[in-house]
Design a protein around this ligand. Structure first.
Ligand code: NDP
Length: 457
């Protein structure tokens, strides 16, 4: 039997990846999209960790980043994209057809005639001691995405970095904040002269040269920056409500090293203004090949170009194997119905997923099977990623375990009692005893294995 070879595989699930998938699927190429899971951020990319996206055309009142990514994902699936929700562990483009090995349980090798790399770039962090505590609670990696949110309006803000991005963001933030502090670790700006001038001449920006950020403090929301000036032993405080990192990005290209032409910063080199890379049949889209614009809409546009270029390339080389659709119009996307909060009227002792404090109390005291308590918050992108994964595990376990979701905004006391300081947090209980706890997005198998261990005891 001959081995199956895909038309096109897309690696990455940000706006570039999903847009490439939408175009390839509508071209009847039946694309596979490897979403990524833990490497290089979370599925859905950087928009999953932002709040309101107000500059993506078509949403006059803005849209939450995770909601926008859900819509792009649904659109790609509706037209027939097959998703593999895992990381690509190996991408071998040294010979054609290209070969990809994923880290999902099947860990099958996928062969493909064309490839779109849309793995994005991760914003660099400072790794300050309290950074994770204040991430999205005052700290942001994108002033242009988050600057206008109400928490930052008419407040003092700070930007760390001395490059073009930092200067651009500092100027941009003066539109919203009452004053902007630019923290530069050296004694000069690295930014281009024109950009530096805009900052130097702006009376709403104070540049703190030779200043290192040591840590941050606040209660629930960022309040104080602890900084150290070069040559001084003492720490000083700067009071701000927002801190924006602009200390560069690292493209997610580690997996392609020595296989594809990369520039000295690790970004994929493409033909100017085009998606073709140094290897025929391999195309790049989004931030992984763009150190300059880095916007959702520019990433989406480059995903479109990559898919169209791949389609042309496959067809020119007689490699496209098109699917036939029985229906011209695919079915509409299913509506996402939010889970209702349980009370004495709708609580079901055997439901696998319920929400709220009533269900938690009942199941915690009365259920004898493993119980997952999932702490979430409404705008948390990683929670968005994690919930369907856990629901899949529970379905596979056919009622041998249950879950209750606690929205920490609705039930802050429960979260406090459970010592939850971030979302998503998942706690696994059996007979009122805490067996395990996970923070952040984890693989499905982590939850399943721990639950199975309890079931099989
Ligand atoms: P850069 O790499 O140019 O600048 C990063 C800045 O962050 C530098 O000032 C660097 O300091 C500082 N930095 C790095 N690590 C730390 C740290 N741990 N603590 C404190 N500061 C740190 O990145 P950019 O994102 O600014 O720019 C990337 C590219 O995109 C550049 O080529 C830029 O020109 C381009 N760009 C162009 C724009 C435009 O033309 N409109 C807008 C934005 C970007 P140090 O200098 O001491 O190393």
């Amino acid at each position: 039997m001959s081995e199956s070879i895909e038309n096109i595989v897309i690696v990455g699930s940000g706006p570039a990846g999903y847009t490439a998938a939408i175009y390839a699927a509508r071209a009847n190429l039946q694309p596979i999209l490897i979403t990524g899971f833990q490497k290089g951020g979370i599925p859905g990319g950087q928009l999953m960790t932002t709040t309101f996206v107000e500059n993506f055309p078509g949403f006059p009142d803005g849209i939450m980043g995770p909601e926008l990514m859900d819509l792009l994902k649904s659109q790609a699936i509706r037209w027939g994209t097959k998703l593999i929700e895992s990381d690509a562990d190996i991408i071998d483009i040294n010979k054609h057809p290209f070969c990809i090995k994923t880290s999902d349980s099947s860990s099958k090798k996928i062969k493909t005639n064309s490839l779109v790399i849309a793995t994005g770039a991760s914003a660099n962090k400072l790794n300050l001691p309290s950074e994770s505590k204040f991430w999205s609670k005052g700290i942001s990696a994108c002033a242009i995405c988050d600057g206008a949110t109400p928490q930052f309006r008419k407040e003092e803000l700070a930007v760390v970095g001395g490059g073009d991005s930092a200067c651009e963001e500092a100027v941009y933030l003066t539109k919203y904040g009452s004053h902007v502090h630019l923290l530069v670790r050296s004694n000069k700006l690295r930014a281009s002269a024109a950009m530096a001038d805009r900052v130097l001449l702006n009376k709403d920006i104070t540049i703190h040269f030779s200043t290192e950020l040591i840590d941050i403090q606040g209660e629930g929301w960022l309040q104080t920056l602890k900084v150290k000036r070069l040559g001084s032993r003492n720490h000083e405080d700067i009071q701000v409500k927002g801190l924006f990192y602009a200390i560069g990005h690292t493209p997610n290209t580690e997996i392609l090293k020595n296989q594809l032409e990369l520039n000295k910063h690790g970004y994929i080199v493409t033909k100017p203004g085009r998606p073709e890379t140094s290897i025929e049949g391999v195309f790049a889209a989004g931030d992984v090949a763009d150190s300059e614009w880095r916007q959702g809409v520019t990433a989406a546009a480059s995903g479109c170009k990559a898919a169209l270029a791949a389609e042309k390339w496959l067809s020119k080389n007689n490699l496209a194997s098109l699917i036939h659709r029985d229906l011209a119009e695919p079915a509409s996307t299913p509506k996402n119905i939010p889970t209702e909060i349980s009370d004495q009227n709708n609580f079901k002792s055997d439901a696998i997923w319920q929400k709220g404090s009533y269900a938690l109390r009942k199941l915690y005291h009365e259920s004898e099977i493993p119980l997952l308590v999932i702490y979430t918050s409404p705008n948390c992108g990683p929670c968005h990623v994690l919930k369907p994964q856990i629901k899949r595990v529970l379905k596979e376990l056919e009622g041998k375990a249950q879950a209750v979701e606690i929205d920490i905004e609705i039930d802050p006391n429960i979260a406090e009692q459970a010592k939850v300081n971030g979302t998503p947090t998942v706690q696994l209980f059996q007979l009122k005893e805490l067996k395990e706890e996970w923070k952040g997005v984890k693989q499905r198998s982590d939850f399943k294995n721990s639950i199975l261990k309890l079931i099989n005891q």
